[in-house]
Design a protein around this ligand. Structure first.
Ligand code: GTP
Ligand code: MG
Length: 207
C-alpha cells in the first residue's frame, strides 16, 4: 500500500472525543519505549508525525492520525512506565481500557514487544486481557536491527513457546520490524490494506 497522506487529527484522553467517522483504525500499544511512535513514523514515512523520545513515557494521550483520508493509525501511551505516579497510572489505565473496550472503529491492534527481551509478564497479562475481552490483535516485534537473523529466529521461537505454554492455542499473527532499517514495513501495511478492503466491502453491503 502506498501512503499518500498522513495527518495528525486529535489527541485526547477520552474515547468519547475520538473522531466520529466510521473509518477502520489500528492501535499501537505496548510497554513504554518499545517503539510504537517510531513505527508509526516509519509506516507513514514521516519522521516527526508521532512524537518519539529515548526516554520512556513520551506519548501520554490517544493520538489519531488519518492515513490516505480513509483510515486511522492510533498511537497510545505505553504501559509499565515506572516514573508516573500511582494516581496517573490509574487514569492512564482507565482511558486506555475504555478505548479498547468502547472503540467500535478499532479493527485490529498491534501489541509491540522488543525482540531482544524474554517474554515479559506485563505483556503476557495484557495480551491475555485482550484475548478474554475479544479484542483482535497481532504481535509486532520491534528493534530487529539490534539482533542477528539467527537470534531473531531463536527469540521469536522462545516467545511462541511461552505463549503456547501459557493460555494460547496458537501463536497470534506476528510481524518482525525495525524502524531503523524499515524491516517489516511492507508486511504490516499489506496486512492493514487487506483488512481495510474487507471493511469497506462490508460497509458497501450494508448500504
Ligand atoms: P512511549 O511513547 O514512551 O510509550 O514510547 P514508544 O513506544 O512510543 O517509543 P518511541 O517510538 O518513542 O521509541 C523509543 C526509543 O526507541 C527511541 O529512542 C527510538 O529511537 C528507539 N527505537 C524505536 N524503534 C526502534 C528500532 O526499530 N530500532 C532501534 N534501534 N531503535 C528504535
Ligand atoms: Mg510513544
Amino acid at each position: 500500500m502506498k501512503i499518500k497522506t498522513a495527518d495528525f487529527v486529535i489527541s485526547n484522553s477520552d474515547v468519547a472525543k475520538c473522531p466520529k467517522e466510521l473509518l477502520p483504525e489500528y492501535a499501537f500499544i505496548g510497554r513504554s519505549n518499545v517503539g510504537k511512535s517510531s513505527l508509526i513514523n516509519t509506516l507513514t514515512e514521516k519522521k516527526r508525525l508521532a512524537k518519539t523520545s529515548g526516554r520512556p513515557g513520551k506519548t501520554q494521550l490517544i493520538n489519531h492520525f488519518k492515513i490516505n483520508g480513509n483510515w486511522f493509525l492510533v498511537d497510545l501511551p505505553g504501559y509499565g512506565y515506572a516514573r508516573v505516579s500511582k494516581k496517573d497510572k490509574k487514569t492512564f489505565q482507565k482511558y486506555i481500557t475504555d478505548y479498547f473496550e468502547q472503540r467500535q472503529q478499532l479493527v485490529c491492534s498491534f501489541v509491540l514487544v522488543d525482540i531482544r527481551h524474554e517474554p515479559q509478564k506485563i505483556d503476557m497479562e495484557f495480551m491475555q486481557w485482550m484475548g478474554e475481552s475479544g479484542i483482535p490483535f497481532c504481535i509486532i516485534f520491534t528493534k530487529a536491527d539490534k539482533l542477528k537473523p539467527k537470534a531473531i529466529e531463536t527469540h521469536v521461537k522462545a516467545y511462541e513457546q511461552k505463549m503456547l505454554a501459557d493460555i494460547w492455542e496458537e501463536m497470534p499473527q506476528y510481524f518482525i520490524t525495525s524502524s531503523s532499517n524499515r524491516t517489516g514495513r511492507e508486511g504490516v501495511l499489506n496486512f492493514i490494506d487487506n483488512i481495510n478492503l474487507d471493511y469497506f466491502d462490508q460497509q458497501k453491503k450494508q448500504l
